[in-house]
Structures are given as C-alpha cells and as structure tokens.
Design a protein. Structure first.
Length: 130
C-alpha cells in the first residue's frame, strides 16, 4: 500500500473522528474538549492508532477508559460516515498524546530560568561549553 493512500486515509479518519468527538462525545463522556492530535494507520488499513489530546485535564485515565469503552460505538459512527470512501473500516486503538503537556512543562521551566541581559560569556567559557 502506498504512503499516499495511508496518508489520505489517516487524514480522513482524523477529520471524521474529530467531528464525531465534537458532536457525539459529550453524550459518551461528558462535556469535555478532546482533540484528535493524530492518526497513524497500518499499511493494510486494518488498524488505526488515534492520538487524543486533553490539555491539562485531571481525570485522563478515566476519560481514556470511557473512550475505550465506546470504541465500538465510535467505529460504528465512523463507518456510517466513510463507508463509501474506504473498503475496510479500521479497528481503532486510542492513545493519550501528552505533547501539549510537555510543551507547557517546558515553558514553565523556561520561565523559572532567569537570564540577566548584562550577563556575558567570555570566549574561554564559551569554548568549554562547546
């Protein structure tokens, strides 16, 4: 299977799953804002890894359990939307994407580092660093 095809199907799945989570997700796990940060699909289009992002949410493990419990419902809704565009509806596996949290942590750490503008590094110290 070509990379182009898997890229197209991944994009389609990401778009449709985002819509499903936005429109129907509140009925499954409450009024939460969950985004689909990415979708990777196997070359045979049989399985898709869906990465979910929940920025600074406290009960992530519980939410991931709820998403996993509703995986069949999500796949069924996805099938209704894309059945005319793909032959096989992939099995969905959901993973937590913590990239935004890592970015937030790094920004907080950077704020804690105080660099004075008048601080200069002499040439010998610079060479030691390199």
């Amino acid at each position: 299977m070509s990379g182009k095809r898997t890229d197209k199907v991944s994009g389609l799945l990401q778009e449709e799953l985002a819509t499903i989570f936005l429109q129907q997700g509140s009925g499954w796990w409450g009024n939460l804002f969950i985004t689909i940060s990415g979708v990777k699909i196997t070359p045979d289009l049989g399985e898709a890894w869906v990465y979910l992002s929940m920025f600074q949410h406290k009960n992530r493990d519980e939410i991931m359990k709820q998403v996993s419990l509703h995986a069949k419902d999500i796949r069924h809704e996805l099938a209704k939307r894309i059945r005319n565009q793909v032959r096989v509806i992939p099995n969905l596996k959901f993973f937590l994407d913590e990239t935004l949290d890592e970015v937030n942590r790094m920004e907080e750490l950077m704020k804690k580092i105080e660099i004075k503008p008048e601080t200069k590094i002499n040439e010998d110290d610079y060479k030691k660093i390199i």
